[in-house]
Structures are given as structure tokens and as C-alpha cells.
Design a protein. Structure first.
Length: 243
């Protein structure tokens, strides 16, 4: 059994995957794209990308989820990220192999990238109990002033092909513990890596009854990236790439 067949079996990759998700719900009404491995030139699978209507569906789900997710205490949000880190540990070999096969980096670098994901989860768990603010004296009698961090809302993430999973994890782990929800537009060259990552975090959220839309995924071309980067409903977009 070659690498492709092994990955398809272990990660349960279908011949055609849906490239959009708000959590447990998957869809894709855009044009299909193919994922080619630069290792041997084989097609790993096909992915149905997202349409403009799919994008709007994802944003609406994210808006609804944010209202609920921001109210969950930060340490509990950190616990979700801790569980995600455990999922990554359990699937490190398979995901690292997929990163290597779909992107083209060495096997050890693929494993190293998944380890980066695990490390940022560990860091974010600690951060979830350190969102401190100052308390200050007031000029008014019987009053105290204090600082409190507030989440921004929807955080958009545009990632590049050369680090198909690590860059996403650096963004989402910190965004989630701070009470934000996320929308990920990955590279068109590594769509299957994004789908597997979304499956892993979706399983954690489902086990913990987290609302649909906290972690969303939309595969697509530059037009989806333009929609995301120009959307004023998204107060922050983290983009990794080149011109």
C-alpha cells in the first residue's frame, strides 16, 4: 500500500470532499478543485469549494456563535484548546504525513509542523488563565476601576501552502481562548490538510456542545480571499502569503 492509499484509509479521505464547514455541517457549492501531491504528481482527491452564498452562510453562523462563545469563561475555552491539542497528539503521524504528501516538505518537517500546533495549544491553555487587567483607584468615593479584555468577534485567517496547518493553529488557539470565533480560508494547494484539521476541532466542539460556527472553514480561490479581506463584519484578518 503506497502513501496515498494509506492516507486515504487512515484519514478517511473521500474521492470528493466538501470544502466548507461551520463545524458539524459540511457543504460546498463552488467549483471543484483537485489536490495534487508534489511528491509523485498523483491526485489525492477532489474538493468542492465555497461559493459566495456559502461564504455568507459561514459568516452568519460565525456571528451567531460569537454571541454565545464569548460568554464561556476563558479557562473553559482553554480546556477546549487543551482537548484539541490532545487530538493532535493522537493524530500527529497521520496529519504530519498528509502535510508532507500534500505540500511536499519532508516527513520530519511535516511532523514538526503538527508539533508546532501542539505547542501553541499548550501555550494558549496557560494564556486562558492569564487574561489579567489592572485595577485602579478612582477619584470618586466608593468606586474602583478595572481593565477587562473583550473579544473582537470574527477573526479571518488566510494561510499559505508552505505551512498549511501551523499558521492556522497559531491564530485560532489564541483567538479561541480570547473568546473570538474564526473563519479559515486555506491555500488552494493544500485543501485536504484544512479539512482534516477542521474535522479534529469539530469533534472536540461537538463533544463539548459548543455552538456551530466557532470554527469555520471555506476552501476557494482568490475571490473568497477578497470577500474575506473586504468584509467589515470581520474586525481582524490575519493573512500569510505573498504578492
Amino acid at each position: 500500500m503506497d502513501i496515498k492509499e494509506t492516507l486515504i484509509k487512515k484519514l478517511k479521505i473521500k474521492d470528493e470532499e466538501l470544502g466548507c464547514s461551520t463545524g458539524s455541517k459540511w457543504f460546498g457549492n463552488g467549483e471543484p478543485i483537485s489536490s495534487f501531491s508534489p511528491v509523485d504528481g498523483k491526485i489525492i482527491g477532489k474538493i468542492k469549494t465555497g461559493s459566495k452564498e456559502d461564504y455568507e452562510k459561514i459568516i452568519r453562523a460565525a456571528q451567531d456563535a460569537f454571541v454565545k462563545f464569548r460568554k464561556i469563561p476563558a479557562p473553559k475555552r482553554g480546556e477546549l484548546v487543551r482537548q484539541f491539542g490532545e487530538k493532535l497528539r493522537e493524530n500527529k503521524e497521520e496529519l504530519g504525513t498528509l502535510v508532507s504528501y500534500e505540500m511536499g516538505k519532508s516527513y520530519q518537517e511535516g511532523l514538526g509542523e503538527v508539533q508546532e500546533m501542539i505547542d501553541i495549544c499548550d501555550f494558549a491553555v496557560g494564556l486562558s488563565r492569564q487574561l489579567h487587567g489592572l485595577t485602579m483607584h478612582s477619584e470618586r468615593p466608593e468606586h474602583r476601576m478595572y481593565e477587562q479584555y473583550h473579544p473582537l468577534g470574527i477573526v479571518g485567517i488566510i494561510s499559505a501552502f508552505n505551512f498549511p496547518v501551523a499558521v492556522w493553529s497559531w491564530n485560532v488557539a489564541l483567538a479561541w481562548v480570547c473568546g473570538n470565533v474564526t473563519v479559515w480560508k486555506p491555500s488552494e494547494k493544500t485543501p485536504l490538510c484544512s479539512i482534516i484539521c477542521q474535522r479534529l476541532i469539530s469533534s472536540v466542539f461537538k463533544e463539548n456542545n459548543i455552538p456551530e460556527g466557532v470554527s469555520s472553514l471555506i476552501n476557494g480561490d482568490y475571490k473568497i480571499g477578497e470577500l474575506l479581506s473586504a468584509d467589515n463584519r470581520m474586525p481582524l484578518v490575519s493573512a500569510t502569503g505573498s504578492t
